[in-house]
Design a protein around this ligand. Structure first.
Ligand code: 13P
Ligand code: SF4
Length: 482
């Protein structure tokens, strides 16, 4: 289990920070002054430092026991007495891990998982031309598409590779594609996108329709930052805080899940009178939700939630960033109008305000347009923000000679460059980010599932357990009716 998803969601105070600041207390004080909402973990080298770390108020979120022997770790566990979770680190090998666990520490981390990984022996073979002709995926996809005719529809998200999107009957953003999925009568829906998108199609499918994805492992980093179990735990904590005042979570909070989430989270929203949103309708959905109940619990993307709340002029003091390690006080829950899950997309988080300053200095007058999964400081500086369909429409409608810096996934930006040579289109970042999950769909795995279909076999069918699908459908239909 990851104790944080990336470098943005927790602070780690290490030996060099402590030596640089002068003491543990000073290093923690400085870190907390800069990022009061972020959880903090402190590395300690001996039991004396452990005692200093334990004396800090409010208590730390975690203490890392660095390179200690088993006996010292046992003493650390006894001194700490459960006040702060302890993590053992340093020289952790497979052979030692059981003995370390038996000392009673709460977590163990192992750098060996990455720095000592055994290299995978890979080789690449070039296929002779005569063999390519036999197995050419492009030809095979065309053949099966023609043979199945109206029985098949291929949906493609804007972030797909060019050679894959070329086969899409419909391309669009996640909102457009979920509408298409709900409308089509085709027997087979092949979804070229990530798993949660295919899951939405499966939930909205009519009886007898089958949904397939070329790679069943094509997940979404952002969707994985929230699990049904952790969200339910947070909901219970919110309920306890509100019950102290004679109310309850169901009476006061509308849950909204961004469509980039597992079906279980959509079902959770269905069961608790909530709904789903996409980046194309988040403001409409948030307005609706605040008309139902005084508060909203928005997951998993904190940035889309914050950017949408900013658009509706909700002040920052009425937004509460959920802390997985330290649930907020009842008072903080009472002041919050929008409670944000601490999730984020690793592609969109890479755009920074410096990119906007640099590109404007180089191209005065350039229009900066970004996806609302970018951080608020980026969205606030940009000229415009919106879903991939919104970005697409702005570029399509712009007069020739317009200059654009686009802050979103790079396959999409590259396609816009190719399709609009009359405009100057650049990535906002000097190192344009690709979505590795979206790139898992290739013409080869598309051809494989199409070939199987032609033989009457369903490969990589996406299904959702019926009870989950029932509630998730309620939440999705509520969104589609808004
Ligand atoms: P859209 O809703 O804009 O298609 O975005 C989906 C997504 O995954 C963006 O990263
Ligand atoms: Fe998920 Fe981000 Fe990829 Fe969109 S770009 S699919 S949010 S990981």
């Amino acid at each position: 289990m990851n104790h944080r998803m990336s470098l943005f969601d927790m602070m780690m105070v290490k030996d060099n920070h402590i030596d640089g600041a002068g003491s543990i207390a000073l290093a923690v004080g400085r870190a907390r002054a800069q990022h009061p909402d972020l959880p903090i973990e402190v590395e300690v080298r001996d039991l004396d430092e452990l005692r200093q770390a334990l004396a800090i108020e409010p208590p730390l979120d975690r203490i890392l026991l660095d390179n200690m022997d088993l006996d010292t770790m046992r003493k650390a566990v006894s001194i700490t007495a459960g006040r702060v979770p302890l993590e053992a680190s340093g020289n952790v090998t497979r052979a030692r891990v059981k003995a370390i666990a038996e000392t009673g520490v709460d977590f163990i981390s192992a750098g060996a998982l990455t720095h000592s990984v055994k290299a995978l022996d890979l080789s690449m073979k070039i296929q002779p031309v005569d063999k390519v002709a036999e197995t050419d995926p492009v030809t095979r996809i065309r053949e099966v598409k023609a043979a199945l005719g109206d029985r098949l529809v291929i949906l493609g998200h804007h972030y797909q590779r060019d050679d894959v999107i070329a086969f899409a009957d419909y391309r669009g953003d996640s909102l457009e594609l979920s509408r298409r999925a709900a409308q089509t009568d085709a027997e087979f829906i092949v979804f070229c996108g990530v798993h949660f998108m295919a899951e939405v199609a499966a939930i909205l499918a009519k009886p007898g329709q089958r949904v397939l994805i070329p790679d069943i492992e094509a997940g979404c980093f952002l969707a994985e930052t929230a699990s049904a179990h952790l969200v339910a735990e947070a909901w219970d904590a919110l309920d306890t805080a509100l019950r102290a005042e004679g109310s309850s979570a169901d009476a006061e909070i509308t849950p909204i899940t961004y469509v980039n989430s597992d079906a279980e989270l959509k079902a959770f929203c269905g069961q608790h009178n909530g709904t789903v949103c996409t980046s194309g309708n988040a403001d409409k959905v948030l307005k609706w939700a605040l008309g139902q109940r005084p508060r909203v619990f928005f997951f998993p993307d904190q940035h889309l939630g914050r950017n949408t709340a900013n658009k509706l002029d909700i002040p920052p003091e009425e937004m509460l960033l959920w802390n997985l390690h330290r649930p907020p006080s009842a008072e903080a829950v009472h002041t919050a109008k929008v409670i944000l899950w601490p999730g984020a997309c690793n592609v969109h988080q890479r755009f920074r305000p410096e990119h906007i300053h640099a590109i404007r200095a180089r191209y005065p007058g350039i229009r900066v347009i970004v996806h609302p999964e970018c951080k608020a400081e980026v969205v606030n500086l940009a000229d415009d923000a919106g879903s991939t369909a919104h970005i697409f429409k702005q570029i399509e409608a712009a007069p020739a000679g317009t200059q654009w810096a686009i802050g979103t996934e790079h396959h999409f930006v590259q396609r816009l460059q190719t399709e609009h040579p009359e405009q100057l289109i650049l990535s906002l970042s000097d190192v344009p980010p690709f979505c590795a999950n979206m790139s898992q769909i290739t013409i080869d795995n598309l051809a494989e599932i199409m070939d199987a279909l032609a033989h009457g076999e369903l490969h990589n069918e996406v299904t959702v357990e019926p009870e989950t699908a029932k509630w998730a459908k309620i939440a999705l239909e509520r969104m589609l009716s808004l």
